[in-house]
Design a protein around this ligand. Structure first.
Ligand code: 13P
Ligand code: SF4
Length: 310
């Protein structure tokens, strides 16, 4: 490990101890951040873990909406994120005003919101879901109730296909990273690695999902690749998952496909977080998630409903 990384790591561990902090990291963080984390997980695991935490500070190495969820579940704790600009294209696609307008026009609809939404949109929602539990959440809603699923079009269409649900309308948001994986590059990767199996995140477009041997959340993809007897995989998600994949299955080969946006498979929002910014966040307790108590109370209900289902 280069000296600078080693010394920043040491300072972070010392600050973590002094602040009585826990470090939570999403799979899309850099390897250095994942190495320091008390827990690495997908958005559902991180939401669950955030609920159980008992220290003073949560240093949330992920994107802002995930940290907001942690704050709603831990209103008395300080929640910091290394970079305030760690956002998400799905959050940007869906404003609370538009959701309120939908509610007014369709009062009988159940609003199922993906966790990749702002806390204001969560507060307008009936129940949340993540990529891991979206099918179970939609199946938990009485069949005669119309559903608005927001904001991810690809996840929504995947859930609609899996549940066979007819009365489900879907928002038109998309993930900047997954929605731009081109099918022709996956076709090329399959001919380059003919024995490889394909694992894909449900935010990928339908033509990618049709080629997948497995579809699931980031943690579900990791578990499936590790436990599957195959030796080679093409992984259609953010390449941060390679850290856990290589640690848990060093004997296997994992290939990633570049998207059209950056010619890579990294989320530019997630990758705004760095070790230096994590150190500064623990030192200054900024950027800090601060939310209105009434907004938190309203957002908590759909989050807890989700956690009760699965
Ligand atoms: P997971 O629910 O798989 O963690 O995904 C979150 C996300 O932002 C995917 O792009
Ligand atoms: Fe949002 Fe996509 Fe980045 Fe996930 S990978 S945080 S959905 S932009």
């Amino acid at each position: 490990m280069p000296a600078t990384i080693a010394s920043i790591t040491e300072e972070i561990l010392e600050l973590k101890h002094r602040r009585h902090a826990v470090i939570l990291a999403h799979h899309y963080q850099s390897a250095e951040i994942q190495e320091l984390a008390d827990l690495i997980g997908d958005s559902l695991e991180l939401a669950r873990k955030a609920r159980e935490f008992s220290g003073d500070v949560i240093a949330f190495c992920g994107v802002w909406f995930m940290a907001e969820t942690a704050k709603v579940l831990n209103p008395t704790r300080t929640v910091v994120v290394p970079d305030r600009e760690a956002g998400c294209s799905l959050v940007d696609s869906c404003s609370a005003d538009r959701v309120r307008a939908w509610r007014a026009a369709h009062p009988n609809d159940v609003i199922v919101s993906y966790i990749n939404t702002s806390v204001e949109v969560k507060a307008e929602s009936d129940i949340l879901c993540t990529s891991r539990n979206a099918v179970a959440i939609v199946n938990s809603i009485p069949a005669d109730r119309p559903i608005l699923f927001l904001p991810d079009i690809n996840l929504g269409n995947y859930v609609k296909r899996e549940t066979g649900r007819e009365n489900m309308r879907i928002w038109q948001g998309a993930c900047f990273v997954h929605a731009t994986f081109p099918a022709r590059r996956l076709v090329a990767a399959r001919s380059q690695y003919p024995t490889a199996l394909v694992a894909a995140h449900p935010e990928c477009p339908p033509e990618i999902l049709r080629m997948a041997d497995f579809i699931g959340s980031t943690s579900a993809i990791i578990d499936w690749c590790v436990s599957n007897p195959a030796r080679e995989f093409i992984v259609m998600t953010e390449s941060g998952v390679s850290h856990s994949l290589r640690r848990l299955a060093p004997e296997k080969q994992f290939h990633f496909v570049a998207n059209e946006q950056c010619n890579c498979s990294e989320c530019p929002y997630m990758r705004r977080n760095t070790l230096e910014k994590l150190r500064a966040a623990l030192e200054n307790l900024e950027p800090r998630v601060e939310l209105d108590p009434e907004l938190m109370r309203r957002a908590e209900r759909p989050i807890r409903r989700m956690l009760e289902v699965k």
